[in-house]
Design a protein around this ligand. Structure first.
Ligand SMILES: [Zn+2]
Length: 397
């Protein structure tokens, strides 16, 4: 059994029969193949050890693929230091894990002067993969001695009981999207308002129906995830596979939060966009967005605080100006302050080693005024991609 997570809603169990485990191996095998795995690669699975799809998909995929895969259990099981010990010892060709945790581990490895020339792939699941994050991870890999490492994204959600990967692609081109398994499930893209299926290549909400599942089976499961490039049936420009692919950026409706910037009415802020903005700002390493009440007074207005770890040598004044401009452009909300932190403080804020998933957006507003939007958001993402939005369990049509 795996499950969706969330304090605000009861976790929904997703059950696997032996047949489903065979499918989990089949999808895992394909995932490793799409990522260009080789049987002589050494791999480290840094997903948190938990009843979540990401960990088990990687475990079963590795078993089916037949390569050396060491599962560290992520930061909560052995900390960044424990994961680094494995890196030093194993010098893996492939690292698999969540983007923010990956960033912290590689940043610390670079700080410690680790030299490691054979890193070929960084495979990311559990959170969105922004262009900025790809770039940062490539820079860190280069610093470690592996300038050609591919950074690949994986998309999946608890209810699908499988995940789909990008194939390696040239740096100057766009990723080929998530390669689907049409014999194991049907993905549809719908207009979220009408529920109608949109033509291929059109944006919309991702809806999933498994074709060969037992145990827990959901029909036309609405993920609450939106993809801006939709579904394509053209052969992949990079690997030539002819399976359908999900292309473009994925965003989640759960990441739109209400903020009260004056005492009268709420403003809806799309944190999907804010995440992309923050990942893409030059000079910003890791970051955290904090929502709080002014003076911690529940009757007061909401505040948005940006916690930022600078990359080497960035000028603080310039960075604050840049951040203010970009955040206002995308969200129409002015950050109340920007607070700078060192890498260690940032790891502490993110809860590396304490949380299953790093806390990139935290909501410290009292729960009576803001519901539990912040909690549910961060917890949902503990599943492979966070689409375990239990309140969205509904049939599309
Ligand atoms: Zn491809």
């Amino acid at each position: 059994m795996t499950s969706t997570t969330g304090r605000s809603a009861d976790p929904i169990p997703v059950l696997y029969t032996r047949h489903d485990l065979a499918n989990l191996m089949a999808s895992g095998l394909r995932l490793f193949e799409v990522c260009g795995g080789q049987s002589d690669f050494r791999m480290i699975n840094m997903f948190p050890y938990a009843p979540h799809l990401a960990f088990w998909q990687t475990h079963y995929g590795g078993a089916a693929f037949g390569a050396l895969v060491v599962s560290t259990g992520g930061g909560k099981v052995m900390g960044t230091e424990g994961n680094l010990r494995f890196l030093r010892k194993l010098k893996p060709d492939v690292l698999i894990g969540m983007p923010t945790f990956m960033y912290h581990v590689l940043h610390q490895a670079a700080e410690q002067g680790l030299h490691w020339e054979n890193l070929r792939r960084i495979v990311l699941g559990g959170e969105k993969v922004s262009d900025g994050m790809r770039l940062k991870l490539r820079h860190l890999a280069a610093e470690l001695g592996s300038p050609n490492a591919d950074v690949l994204g994986v998309y999946g959600f608890t209810e699908a009981k499988m995940a789909w990967a990008e194939c390696p692609f040239p740096r100057d081109q766009a990723p080929g999207g998530y390669h689907l398994y049409p014999d194991l499930g049907v993905i549809e893209i719908i207009d979220p308002q009408s529920g109608e299926v949109v033509p291929s290549g059109h944006p919309g909400e991702i809806v999933f129906t498994p074709l060969d599942a037992r145990g827990t089976v959901l029909l036309r499961y609405r993920t609450g995830d939106f993809i801006d490039g939709g579904l394509t049936y053209e052969p992949c420009p990079h690997c030539g596979r002819s399976v359908p692919r999900l292309v473009g950026k994925i965003s989640r409706s759960a990441e739109v939060k209400e903020m009260r910037l004056d005492k009268l009415k709420g403003t809806l802020v799309d944190f999907n966009q804010l995440e992309h903005v923050l990942d893409d700002v030059p000079g910003v390493g890791a970051w955290q967005v904090e929502l709080r009440k002014r003076h911690d007074d529940p009757m007061e207005v909401d505040e948005l605080v940006l916690h930022v770890q600078k990359t080497n040598g960035a000028d603080e004044e310039h960075l604050v100006r840049d951040l203010n401009i970009r955040v206002v452009e995308q969200t129409e909300v002015h950050p109340n302050r920007v607070v700078f932190h060192c890498a260690e403080e940032m790891r502490e804020l993110h809860g590396v080693g304490r949380q299953l998933k790093e806390q990139k957006i935290v909501d410290h507003r009292p729960s009576d005024s803001s519901a539990t939007a912040g909690d549910s958001r961060s917890e949902q993402n503990e599943a492979l991609n966070g689409a375990g939005a239990t309140d969205k369990l509904e049939v599309a049509a």
